[in-house]
Design a protein around this ligand. Structure first.
Ligand code: EPZ
Length: 413
C-alpha cells in the first residue's frame, strides 16, 4: 500500500461486523444440526478461513444471501496443522467438536508474532469438564462420552478460552460455572447466539458465567455486533489527522476506554445512537495507556494509539499487559522518525513534530493498521509491505480511508 500523508479525514465511515465475534459464532454451528443464519458477517480473509475449516469438517455453507451454515453432514473432527497455523482462532472448534461428537483432534496453534499464546487454559478447562486430553505429534486429542458440568477457574482472563468452554458446556451434563471469565462484547454476542439456539447461559459480560447444560440445541438466526476495533481504528485516525469524521454502525458503549483516552488527549467526541462523531485540532496531548482485558483499554488498539501519540505534545507511557511481545510496530514507527524507547512491557513515546514517510513492513494485523495511521500524517510517501496482514481483519480498509479523503492506494507487491 502507498500512503501519502497530510490529508485531514472527513465524512462518514460505516463499520463492518466484528471479526472476533464472527469466528466463535460461526463455529458454534458445530453444536447443532440444521441451517443457522448469520447477519452482518464481515468479508475478511479470517472469515474465509473459518468457513473453509467448517467445510472440511463436513458443513454445508450458503452465502448468496445472509450466510447460512448447516453441520448436519459433519463427518470429520480434525483441524489440521495446515489450517490452524494460518489462523490460531481455529482452536475454537475444540470444545464444540468434543461436546457434539465426543472427540476432536486439533492442531496446537504454535507461536505468534505478538506472544507465545499457549492454549493450556483451554485444555485444562476441557479436562475439568471431564474430557480425556492427550498432546500427540503437535495435536490435541480429546475424548469424552459426555462432558460433565463443573466449576472452572481461568488463571488468566482468556477470550477464546472462555468462548471455547462456554460452547462445550452448553451440551454438558449439569451446570458449569466459569470464573474469571472474559467479559468482552464478543463473548456476550456468542452467549446471545447460543441462547437463541436453546442454550441456558447466564452472566455473560461479567467475570462469572453460568451454563446449564441441555440435551441438544437447535439452529437459529443471529446478527453480529459491529467491530469495535475497526471503529476504534477509524476514531484514532480521525483524531490523529485533525479530522471531522462520523463513525456509523458502531456501538459506542463498547468503546468507553478509548473514548476516555481520546478525550483526555484533546479530541472532541460526540456519542449518538449507533455511532460517534470525532473532531480534533492538529496536535494531541500525550496520555498514558495501559492495556487490560475488557472493559480496560484493548490491546488490539495499542499499536494504533501509539502511532497517534508519536505526534502528541510531550511524553506518553504505553504499557502492554496482555501480550508479552506486542511492540513489533515500534521499530517500523521509528523508521518513520518516531521517538520511542521500550523498557520491559512499556514504551515511552516522546512526541515529535512530524513523521516522515518510509518503506515499512507489517508484522501482524494491528501493527499494520498502526503503520497506515502513521502514513496518513507522515510527510511524503509511505510504502507498506505485507498487507496480507491487514486483510485478515479489515474490510477494504484503503477504500474506506480514501472515501474519507486519505491519499492511499493498494499496489501489486
Ligand atoms: C483474543 O485472542 C482475540 N482474538 C485477540 O485479537 C485479542 O488480542 C485477545 O483476545 C485479547 O483481547 C480473537 O478473539 C479471535 P486471550 P485470544 O486468550 O483469545 C494468555 C486481533 O488482533 N493465555 O484472551 O487468543 C495469552 O497468551 C486478535 O484481532 C494463556 O496463557 O487471547 C495472553 O497473554 C489478536 N493460556 C492472555 O492469556 C491460554 O490458554 C490473553 O489471551 C490462553 C491465553
Amino acid at each position: 500500500m502507498i500512503i501519502t500523508g497530510g490529508e485531514r479525514l472527513s465524512g462518514d465511515v460505516h463499520i463492518s461486523g466484528a471479526k472476533n465475534a464472527a469466528l466463535p459464532i460461526l463455529v458454534s454451528s458445530l453444536l447443532t444440526e440444521g441451517w443457522n443464519t448469520y447477519h452482518n458477517v464481515p468479508d475478511l480473509v479470517d472469515i474465509k478461513t473459518i468457513k473453509n475449516l467448517l467445510g472440511i469438517l463436513g458443513a454445508d455453507i450458503k452465502d448468496d444471501g445472509p450466510l447460512q451454515i448447516n453441520t448436519s453432514g459433519m463427518n470429520r473432527c480434525e483441524a489440521s496443522y495446515d489450517l490452524v497455523k494460518t489462523m490460531r482462532a481455529s482452536i475454537l472448534v475444540l470444545g464444540p467438536l468434543v461436546a457434539r461428537t465426543g472427540e476432536a483432534r486439533v492442531s496446537l496453534p504454535g507461536g505468534c508474532a505478538i506472544g507465545a499464546r499457549p492454549v493450556n487454559l483451554h485444555i485444562k478447562a476441557l479436562q475439568d469438564l471431564g474430557a480425556e486430553v492427550d498432546l500427540k505429534d503437535g495435536y490435541i486429542e480429546a475424548k469424552a462420552k459426555r462432558l460433565k458440568g463443573t466449576t472452572i477457574y481461568f488463571d488468566i482472563s482468556t477470550v477464546t478460552g472462555t468462548e471455547n468452554i462456554m460452547m462445550a458446556a452448553c451440551l454438558a451434563q449439569g451446570m458449569s460455572c466459569l470464573k474469571n471469565a472474559a467479559r468482552e462484547p464478543e463473548v456476550v454476542n456468542l452467549a446471545e447466539t447460543l441462547n437463541h439456539m436453546g442454550a441456558r447461559i447466564f452472566g455473560a459480560g461479567s467475570d462469572e458465567i453460568i451454563v446449564e447444560g441441555v440435551e441438544r440445541l437447535h439452529p437459529a438466526e443471529t446478527t453480529l455486533i459491529p467491530d469495535r476495533i475497526e471503529a476504534g481504528t477509524f476514531m484514532i485516525a480521525a483524531g490523529l489527522t485533525g479530522g471531522d469524521v462520523r463513525i456509523l454502525g458502531c456501538d459506542p458503549s463498547h468503546l468507553d476506554a478509548l473514548i476516555s483516552k481520546l478525550r483526555d488527549s484533546g479530541v472532541e467526541i460526540t456519542v449518538f445512537d449507533g455511532g460517534v462523531h470525532v473532531r480534533s485540532g492538529r496536535t494531541l496531548t500525550s496520555v498514558d495507556i495501559k492495556t487490560l482485558p475488557y472493559p480496560g483499554f484493548p490491546t488490539d488498539l495499542q499499536a494504533q494509539m501509539m502511532a497517534c501519540l508519536t505526534c502528541g505534545s510531550g511524553l506518553s507511557v504505553i504499557t502492554e499487559t496482555v501480550f508479552e511481545n506486542r511492540f513489533m510496530h515500534v521499530g517500523e514507527l521509528m523508521r518513520m522518525g518516531a521517538d520511542i524507547h521500550v523498557q520491559g512491557n512499556s514504551a515511552i513515546v516522546k512526541g515529535v513534530k512530524r513523521l516522515r514517510g518510509a518503506q515499512v513492513m507489517a508484522t501482524d494485523l494491528r501493527a499494520s493498521a498502526s503503520l497506515i495511521l502513521a502514513g496518513l500524517v507522515a510527510e511524503g510517501r509511505t510504502e507498506l509491505s505485507r498487507v496480507y496482514h491487514i486483510d485478515r481483519g479489515y474490510q477494504e480498509i484503503e477504500k474506506k480511508f480514501s472515501a474519507l479523503g486519505a491519499d492511499i492506494r493498494r499496489v501489486p507487491a
